[in-house]
Design a protein around this ligand. Structure first.
Ligand SMILES: [Zn+2]
Length: 310
């Protein structure tokens, strides 16, 4: 069956659902993949826990060396000695951590998380198509290479990001110590600053995890829909307190997959500020919005097999 024959067959199968209408909006809202999001967050927490453990092992010796430096009478000479001692200790943390991280099997874990996101995205797409057009999508069609390139790209990009977290965090903490020393910060105060810097890094990592699941889900939705002849979607927010004003205003409106709306935010002094970034649902940072497909009878071409409609 060629593409045209397939499309004709699909039109025959869904004709009844359309009736005299030219298009139908999806009759149910696809769920946002909260479960893979939690899985990625758990993974990031476990990852950072190892970093934190190794840091704590080295903290007493780092702090006693720092204290000694503060008390030194010739601080100018001691500054370079301290720098070397701290750098060595951090290099040590880094190499201990690298061994520890092997047990987490980074690549395998990321592959598992990406697969969970894919399964969720496919399950939702299948559910919306079934509920709206009363046809069953062909599992085989999606089990092949359909998502392959997207998943591989996501895994390698996330591997790069995840791997850079310890290095970046350790570099920042190292700088906190050097700065503290130049400013004569006490040991107690230094510990506080180190802790809050670490907390910021952790929050940042958790934000990345959420954002990465949202954007993978967004990319998959776009691929699933456009591949099936869907040209437009209806924007749908999570409808809770966390939804930002811009997305709240887009909620319920229809957009083309070729022409995403521009994002904006609002400040007290400047009012509405357009960011210049155009996004589909889920593409803006940590966005939990989803795209409800709008099926047009003229272009609808969902992958179903040739069985007559039931
Ligand atoms: Zn949103």
């Amino acid at each position: 069956m060629d593409k045209l024959q397939h499309q004709t067959m699909v039109k025959g199968s869904v004709k009844q659902q359309f009736g005299r209408k030219k298009s139908i909006v999806g009759k149910t809202i696809p769920y946002y993949p909260y479960s893979p999001e939690r899985e990625y967050q758990r993974f990031v927490k476990a990852y950072l826990k190892l970093l934190s453990q190794e840091l704590h092992k080295s903290l007493p010796s780092l702090m006693s060396r720092y204290k000694k430096g503060l008390q030194a009478t010739t601080r100018y000479d001691d500054a370079s000695n301290l720098r070397k001692a701290v750098t060595d200790e951090f290099a040590d943390i880094s190499s201990r951590l690298e061994k520890k991280l092997e047990v987490l099997e980074l690549e395998k874990s990321l592959e598992k998380i990406s697969k969970a996101t894919k399964d969720a995205a496919y399950r939702e797409w299948k559910r919306v198509v079934k509920k709206t057009l009363s046809v069953n999508l062909m599992d085989d069609y999606y089990n092949g290479d359909f998502y392959l390139q997207m998943l591989q790209q996501w895994v390698s990009e996330n591997l790069r990001r995840i791997k850079s977290i310890p290095t970046e965090t350790l570099n920042e903490l190292e700088n906190v110590i050097f700065e503290g020393y130049s400013n004569g910060v006490t040991v107690e105060k230094l510990k506080q600053v180190l802790q809050s810097k670490y907390d910021i890094s952790k929050q940042h990592a958790l934000v990345i995890a959420r954002d990465q699941i949202a954007s993978l889900n967004a990319n998959m939705s776009k691929l699933q829909q456009t591949d099936a002849g869907v040209k437009r979607y209806r924007w749908s927010t999570a409808k809770d307190q966390r939804v930002r004003a811009c997305h709240d205003e887009l909620d319920g409106k229809i957009f083309s997959w070729d022409d995403p709306p521009e994002m904006w935010y609002e400040t007290k002094s400047q009012g509405v500020v357009y960011t210049g970034r155009c996004c589909h649902p889920g593409e803006d940072i940590c966005c939990r919005c989803v795209a409800i497909p709008v099926f047009d009878y003229e272009t609808v071409d969902v992958p179903i097999d040739g069985d007559p409609p039931q």
